[in-house]
Every structure is written in C-alpha cells, then in structure tokens.
Design a protein around this ligand. Structure first.
Ligand code: HEC
Ligand code: HEC
Length: 322
C-alpha cells in the first residue's frame, strides 16, 4: 500500500512539473523581440527582385501555392500563387498537420512590413506565436536586408486571394518544443555579390539546397554530411524520393559535372512544356526544378562554383525507387 501511495505521489509530482514546465515554455518562448521598424518603399526594382526570389530562389510560392503532384516536380498551379492551404501531413513524415498559410495581401493586409520579415527570418507570426521550421526561417535568417525587403515588396503585389486555410496542428510534444525553435539573431551581414563563391553560398542557403541535400537525424542535419544527399521525402502517393549527393565527390556526387551541364540541368525546365511533364511510374521529385529553372545563368553558376568548394563526401544515393 505504502508503495502504491509513493508511486502515486511521484507520478503526481511529475505531472505537476510537466504541466508547469509546459506552461513556462508556452508563456516565455518564443522570445525573438519586436518586429523591425521597417517601411518598404516598394520601388519597381524591389518588386522585380522580390518576384525573382519568391519564384525562383527562395521559392516561397512553392509551398504557399497549390502544387500539381500529377506533374513532374509538382509545379504550382497558375492562379493559386500565395493562397496557402498546402498540407504537410503526418503520413508524409511531419509531426502533426502543417498547413501553409495564405500570404497574399488578402491575408497580410494588417501585417506591418517588419512583422512579415520577422515571420520569415525569425519564425513567429504576427502575434509572436511560433512557426514550425518547415517554414524555412533557419535559412531565410541569412537574407540580406535588401532581399528581405524586396520579398515583402513583391508579396504586397500578389493578387489577393480570399482563402482561409485551416491552421497547423502539431502533435505533443512538438507543439511545446516548437516554442523554443524561433530564435533572435543579429541582423545578417551584407554579402559581397562580386565574389561568386560567397554569393553562391548565399544563394544555396536561401534557396534551401543545403537543407534538402543534407541527410537528417531526428530532424537535425547530420554533422559532416553537408550536401551528401540521402534525405528521404515521402511523396503524396506514398512513394519515396531521396535527395542527390551534390558534393564534388567524383563517383557518388557531381564532381564530374561541368558547369555548363549543371546549369543546363536546371534550365531544361524553363520552358512552358516542362511544367506539364507527366509522371513515370508515379515517381516524382520534391525539388521544385521548374521554379529554380528561372534562376539566371549567373546565379546558377555561382551556386555551382560554391558547390565545387564544399568537402567531397562519398555517399551513394539511390534517388528514385525502393
Ligand atoms: C518548405 C515550405 C515553405 C516555404 C518554401 C516557405 N514557407 Fe512560409 N510557411 C510554410 C508553412 C508550413 C507555414 C506555417 C507554419 C506553421 O503553421 O507552423 C508558413 C508560414 C509563413 C508565414 C506566417 C503566416 C501566418 O499567417 O502565420 C509567412 C508570413 C510566410 N510563411 C512567408 C513565407 C515567405 C515570404 C517565404 C519565402 C521567403 C516562405 N514563406 C517560404 C511553408 C513554407
Ligand atoms: C525540397 C527539397 C529540395 C530542395 C529545396 C533542393 N533539392 Fe535538389 N534534389 C532533391 C531531390 C529529392 C532530388 C532527387 C530527385 C531529383 O533528381 O529530382 C534532387 C536532385 C538534385 C540534383 C540532381 C542530381 C543528379 O544526379 O541528377 C541536383 C543537381 C540538385 N538536386 C541540386 C540542387 C540545388 C543546387 C538546390 C538549390 C538551388 C536544390 N537541389 C534544392 C531535393 C531538393
């Protein structure tokens, strides 16, 4: 009997500690500070740069539009740009149901420019509530101020779409842990765009190449495996695709690729027809090839130049099948 009481007391105390701990985390985090006090002018140059980034580099409109999974690389369906509603479900490996919100002016009209930048650079919404890092704020935190402002300028010009997708619902304990994920950080350093390797690294970061092409363990990138591929993705039809090894390893990576071959692998998807390639055997890629295809030769070359400088890693990856 005494043992039962002792166990009951321990369980009770643990439950109270758990509830208080959860309450503490929820009320004290995230703590990323106020949004920057910025007013974006919205010049034609800013809008053009923001359009380029949102469609072809940071590919905001990959996730925040409706993708057509019946076509190769699942291009966004025209007319859905920014409307949100794309679901990332438990069945495809997420810790709950994540839903991309509407980011057209219909949804962001009452957000300040600073609040929008804080959302994609620090990972909290207008109210300061945390966003799950599927929203790539860990990469976008490196966006130079001028590029962050350009993205806001462009989002403000998207045709407003009146659509209210359901909100994300994370499972326990991720629904608590997510509060500790958004981070405050010093403003990003300006990048020397005249140095192609530096600029290539910047582009590869904000384009998410590093995130998808580095294998993960328990949702953390595996140290020493940067760009070595093998990150598994579940397609909506249940099939699996793994990211390629894009380190300069000669046998298992892209060490033998010439620059021209690299850039043309992307540019081949720049035509209208390439946005309508039917699937073979249900196999698809999660990589938004048709969106990256709009990158300039100069930017693709910079990414290539940077990838030549990373450590070659021997890691044979079977991209499709199995
Ligand atoms: C890989 C997919 C993905 C990409 C790429 C992406 N987002 Fe998101 N974004 C999301 C998801 C999912 C959420 C919701 C996260 C959650 O509910 O925890 C989100 C949330 C947001 C929010 C918060 C909106 C709200 O109502 O709470 C903003 C603003 C936003 N994203 C803007 C952007 C911008 C700007 C870019 C490009 C620079 C971008 N996103 C790129 C998936 C993505
Ligand atoms: C959403 C995840 C994702 C992102 C973001 C992504 N990739 Fe990929 N990538 C993949 C997957 C999965 C494959 C394997 C399937 C395929 O070939 O499309 C792949 C394949 C490739 C290949 C083909 C390699 C070969 O052997 O044919 C190259 C090159 C590549 N990616 C480079 C990049 C670069 C550069 C970026 C950033 C601009 C990038 N990827 C961003 C997921 C991603």
């Amino acid at each position: 009997m005494k043992r039962v009481i002792a166990v009951a007391i321990v369980v009770g105390v643990l439950a109270i500690v758990g509830v208080l701990g959860g309450y503490y985390v929820k009320t004290h985090f995230p703590n990323v500070g106020p949004p920057p006090d910025i007013r974006v002018a919205g010049t034609p140059e800013q809008i053009a740069r923001g359009r380029y980034l949102a469609h072809h580099v940071t590919v905001c409109l990959e996730c925040h539009s409706t993708r057509d999974w019946a076509l190769f690389s699942a291009p966004p369906i025209p007319g859905t740009e920014g409307k949100g509603g794309q679901v990332f479900s438990e069945a495809t490996g997420f810790p709950g149901t994540l839903v991309a919100p509407n980011i057209t002016p219909a949804a962001l009209a009452d957000w300040t420019d600073g609040e929008i930048i804080r959302a994609f650079a620090n990972g909290v919404n207008k109210n300061g509530d945390p966003l799950f890092p599927l929203m790539p704020y860990r990469a976008y935190r490196f966006l130079m101020t001028e590029d962050a402002e350009a993205i806001v300028a462009y989002l403000r010009t998207l045709p407003p779409i009146d659509h209210k997708p359901p909100r994300s619902a994370l499972n326990f304990p991720t629904n608590l842990m997510v509060h500790t994920m958004p981070q405050a950080h010093p403003p990003p350093e300006p990048i020397d765009r005249s140095d192609p390797v530096v600029y290539g690294k910047y582009l590869a970061t904000i384009a998410g190449c590093a995130t998808c092409h580095t294998p993960h363990e328990q949702r953390q990138p595996i140290e020493g495996m940067q760009f070595a591929g093998g990150f598994q993705f579940f397609l909506p039809n249940g099939k699996i695709v793994q990211s390629a090894n894009i380190t300069p390893d000669m046998e298992t990576g892209i060490g033998h690729w010439q620059k021209q071959y690299f850039t043309s692998r992307f540019r081949q998807f720049a035509t209208e027809e390439s946005k309508r390639i039917p699937l073979q055997d249900g196999m698809n890629s999660v990589m938004p090839w048709t969106m990256y295809a709009g990158m300039t030769d100069e930017d693709l070359s910079a990414i290539y130049g940077y990838l030549r400088t990373v450590t070659p890693i021997r890691n044979a990856v079977k991209r499709f099948g199995e």
